[in-house]
Every structure is written in structure tokens, then in C-alpha cells.
Write a protein that binds this ligand. Structure first.
Ligand code: PMP
Ligand code: GLN
Length: 385
């Protein structure tokens, strides 16, 4: 069988989690919390699991009550943008992963170019290629990983069908400011290019900076698929529930694919999420995430202060990038293997986020962990061998 993705192996996240299991290393590699979703959410799921009547197919676009609860929350949080129409602009998907794939399948034709800013989440490139699209990569400048908009402009052409952005950014934590959204709107003005804005870490923006979505920019909102994930927002990566917000015409195209990809998202999980959203009309949970994760960021940085690790600034998300020049001259993959096997901490080498294996000499730690885990990891990271 000739592979459609001959150059693609097992994802780096699966590889590093396996290595952590084999070596007994603490897993700060794959991005997931080592704590559970809020008790109220787990209780709601248990209720719906035990109750009759929530076990058959949900409506294709998502449960109406969950779409309404999402739309209402987005309307409350994004006060300068119109509230999304729950029937025409909100679609539940099997994680943001399905939404990404459905958007690409819905809009990318063979030969279309799709702009990707690197380092980039690993699925973008392969998923574009599976549609016959041509990923066009633009590197984000280190160490701040904010786009060089002149370089982005130079890469956009009449063949650009879609631009993918991710803010807060995985792996760097970089966050778009209002000036980035303005620059992107300027780059796209006069083109037919659509926008896929991957905002799965939308609430994790630190240091008092208010989160800003592509939806809050009128020119971008008109051409944007905006993705979020309850996996990130509710510490429930294993539930695989996410959603896409998009104007009605774009949502129609997304749903044409979604109905044949998964058709619908699991029903009891949707009811459980609707319960907790309806019970939180002031959005305390979402609004509290920034301080919750900022405390983890700060604790991890403090634990590693003076240790030789070169910690990059983390404006958002739940990953810490770190330079290791004080410890090793190895390439990042070889050093990540050493870290798991000899130091007892699993990380992700940042070259995994570049299609050409470019190695900026950084590793990624996930700090969505209990304080005890961060402390144990830091003790190992301070004491090689
Ligand atoms: N996009 C980014 C940037 C991510 O980090 C992730 C999760 N690792 C996803 C998409 C996928 O989200 P989900 O788990 O909801 O499918
Ligand atoms: N998004 C997670 C990360 O960046 C991994 C998700 C996955 O394993 N596919 O670590």
C-alpha cells in the first residue's frame, strides 16, 4: 500500500507519552492536566449516564441547549462582538481536532494553498495535505513567536484559500494583541482567503491581558472559523468535545462535512456540559482559568529559577518553552530522550512543530499539573543524573 503520508510517523505526543510510560518519567510532554474536571461536571455526566433518554444520537450540529449555552457565554465574554446565533453559527465537534479536519475538508481543494505559521500544532500540515492542499509555512520569529506580518503578507497569494492562526499559541504561549488582528485583517483584505482561528486555549491569557478572539474583529469575523475545546476549558481532554463558531454560510459548509465525519458528538457529555454552563451565568469557571493557570506558570518558573533552564516568557496557554544550552549541545529530540531516560521528565522537542525539522534548541513542558507534580519535576530538572 502506498501511503498518503509516507513521511509521517506516530505523533510526537503519543511517542513521548509512551516513552514516559516505559521509563517511568513524569509526563510533562503531551498536553493534558493531571487533575480531573470540576466535580459538578463529572456529577452531571454521571446523572446523564444513569438517566434514561440521553443515549441516542444528538442532533447533527449539537444539542440545542448546549449550542444556546455556548452562544450565551460567548456573547457575555465577547461584549464587542454580536452573540453567535446558536442555530446558524455554533457546531459541536468531536474535539477541536474534528473541527480542524472538517474545516479543511470543507474549504480546501486540490492545489489550494493554506498558510501555516510555524511552530504549529502537528495536525495542520498532514490534514491540509490529505485534502490535496499545499501547506505554505511561515516561521514565527523567536523568541517571542509573534508573527512577522510582512513575511505573512509576502506568503499570501491568489491561491491562498485559508490562513490558520493559533492564539494562545501551542507550543509557545504567544498571544495575539489587537495589533496582530489588525495586521492580519489588512493582509487578508481584498483576498478571498478564509481564516481558521484555533483558539482552544482562549481563556488562558495571563498578566491581566483580556483574551481577544478573531470574532472580535468585524472584518475577520466575516471570514473566520473560530475553534474552541472543552478539553482545555474543563480539564477534560479525554471527553473530546469542542466547537466551531462561524458565520452561517461557513457553518453550512462545515456541517456538510461534519454530518459525514462523525455526524454528532456524544449525547451525555453534551448534556453534562450544558448543565454546568447553564449553572454558571457569570462565567466564573472560564473567567477563573487565567489566574488558575498563571499560578501554575509562576510556580513552575519559580521552582526552576537559577537552575540553568532558560525559560521563555509565557503570555498564555499551558506550556513552558525552555532552552537547555546550559546542559547539553544535543539536538532537541536526542535531549528529550535523555531527559525522559536519565532525568525522569518527559517533554516535547520543539522541532516536532516544524515540518522541516528545524530545531530552535527548545523543549516544551506542560504545566497543567498539580503542584506536587511540578515540584517533583523541578526537583529532577534541578538535579541531573
Ligand atoms: N489545537 C491545538 C493548538 C491544540 O493544542 C489541541 C489540543 N492539543 C487541539 C487543537 C485539539 O483539541 P481537542 O483535544 O479538543 O481535539
Ligand atoms: N494538544 C496536545 C499537545 O499539544 C496533544 C494532543 C494529542 O496528543 N493529539 O500536547
Amino acid at each position: 500500500l502506498s501511503s498518503k503520508l509516507p513521511d509521517i510517523g506516530v505523533s510526537i505526543f503519543s511517542q513521548m507519552t509512551l516513552l514516559a510510560q516505559q521509563t517511568g518519567a513524569l509526563n510533562l510532554a503531551q498536553g493534558f492536566p493531571d487533575y480531573d474536571p470540576p466535580l459538578a461536571l463529572r456529577e452531571a455526566l454521571a446523572r446523564h449516564a444513569l438517566a434514561p433518554g440521553s443515549h441516542q444520537y444528538a442532533p447533527m450540529p449539537g444539542l440545542p441547549r448546549l449550542r444556546q449555552a455556548i452562544a450565551a457565554q460567548v456573547g457575555r465574554l465577547q461584549t464587542d462582538a454580536p452573540t453567535p446565533d446558536p442555530d446558524l453559527e455554533v457546531t459541536l465537534t468531536a474535539g477541536a481536532t474534528e473541527a480542524l479536519y472538517a474545516v479543511l475538508a470543507a474549504v480546501v481543494r486540490p492545489g489550494d494553498e493554506v498558510l501555516v505559521l510555524e511552530p504549529a500544532y502537528d495536525l495542520y500540515g498532514p490534514a491540509i495535505r490529505l485534502q490535496g492542499g499545499l501547506p505554505r509555512y511561515v516561521r514565527l520569529p523567536t523568541p517571542h513567536f509573534r508573527p512577522d506580518w510582512a513575511a505573512v503578507r509576502a506568503a499570501v497569494s491568489a491561491r491562498t484559500r485559508l490562513v490558520i492562526v493559533n492564539t494562545p499559541h501551542n507550543p509557545s504561549g504567544a498571544v495575539f494583541g489587537a495589533e496582530d488582528w489588525d495586521a492580519l485583517a489588512e493582509v487578508l483584505a481584498g483576498t478571498d482567503a478564509l481564516l481558521l482561528s484555533d483558539e482552544v486555549y482562549e481563556h488562558l491569557v495571563f498578566d491581566g491581558v483580556p483574551p481577544r478572539s478573531a470574532r472580535q474583529h468585524p472584518a475577520l469575523r466575516a471570514r473566520a472559523f473560530v475553534l474552541s475545546s472543552f478539553g482545555k476549558t474543563y480539564h477534560a481532554t479525554g471527553w473530546k468535545v469542542g466547537y466551531c463558531l462561524a458565520p452561517p454560510a461557513l457553518t453550512t459548509e462545515l456541517r456538510r462535512v461534519h454530518q459525514f465525519l462523525t455526524f454528532a458528538v456524544s449525547t451525555p457529555t453534551q448534556h453534562a456540559l450544558a448543565d454546568v454552563l447553564e449553572a454558571d451565568p457569570t462565567d466564573g469557571h472560564a473567567r477563573g482559568l487565567a489566574s488558575f493557570y498563571q499560578a501554575k506558570r509562576d510556580e513552575f518558573a519559580q521552582l526552576l529559577a537559577g537552575s540553568g533552564w532558560d525559560l521563555l516568557p509565557v503570555p498564555g496557554g499551558y506550556f513552558q518553552l525552555a532552552g537547555y544550552g546550559a546542559f547539553s549541545r544535543k539536538n532537541d529530540l536526542a535531549f528529550a530522550e535523555e531527559l525522559a531516560r536519565e532525568w525522569g521528565v518527559a517533554v516535547v522537542p520543539v522541532s516536532a512543530f516544524y515540518h522541516d525539522g528545524y530545531d530552535p534548541g527548545l523543549v516544551r513542558f506542560c504545566f497543567a499539573k498539580e503542584p506536587a507534580t511540578l515540584q517533583a519535576a523541578a526537583a529532577r530538572l534541578r538535579r541531573p543524573g
